[in-house]
Ligand binder design. Sequence first.
Ligand code: NAD
Length: 283
Amino acid sequence: MSAIIIDGKQVAAGIREQLKHEVAGFVAETGIQPGLATVLVGGDPASEVYVANKRRSATAAGLADLHVHLDGAASSDEIAQTIRELGENPAVSGILLQLPLPGGMDSGPLIDLIEPFKDVDGLTTTSAGLLARGKPGLRPCTPSGVVALLDSAEVPLEGAEVTIIGRSELVGAPLAQLLIQRNATVTVAHSRTRDLASVTRRSDIVIAAAGVPRLIGEAHVRPGAAVIDVGIHRTPQGLVGDVDFESVSRVAGWITPVPGGVGPMTIAMLLRNTLLAARLQHG
Ligand code: NAD
């Protein structure tokens, strides 16, 4: 058996094209151009690449690029002040604080300064609460991207047995909520899970977000299951995920590649959230 490859690049491109029209419609209707404020602190090379991609994609979608670059030595008070100013600026529809912050600075209190209706990363405590309660709000981008990818491939979610590997606030935990709301039966595995393979093997859908290169092999996957790889690791051989693509694609029914799977979807969902945030602010 050879898995169907879910092409995240193509799905994301379709969403971004659609968004371009929606943004143009919003501008025509309201006279307001939605704006995305990316906040980068310091000069971490990987973060610089991520932010540059987000800014380029925002501009291509017709959003205003309202970038702020703070010095790596900026104090948490200075970052807090920037976030407050962006919160008050009517030209800013969405605020994204690029993580991680330098020097191991605690990002939690700073994220919670983002106005919930501008929280396009969906990471504030308020957004997490709205998600947990199933109330409307801005959802985290990577988990939303995973669900959109599964939908694009028409992988049935209702009643499906899903294992998510990872319970982080960024990926695993919100993804579990989103999938429960789609009526999946969700298991969340983590670093203390005993016998991971026995858990994943009973699943119709396996989503790997552990941050461990090639953790998931053929023995973890039931034939025909859908396997979504959230992991990203830079190795001398190039980017790899949490899934051993070559062996798993022989048994899985669907699989996402790295790169070109979940990554492009994260940006597409960020752009979608920015337009949604503008709608929330301007009716
Ligand atoms: P994290 O380190 O915060 O969380 C990892 C989770 O995996 C933890 O809950 C931990 O308990 C679990 N885990 C670790 N080792 C495990 C093991 N051996 N077995 C089972 N569970 C294990 O990481 P994160 O922020 O959730 O990110 C996870 C991965 O996804 C990373 O590789 C990250 O780079 C990637 N990521 C990709 C995107 C994207 O856009 N594609 C976005 C965010 C994160």
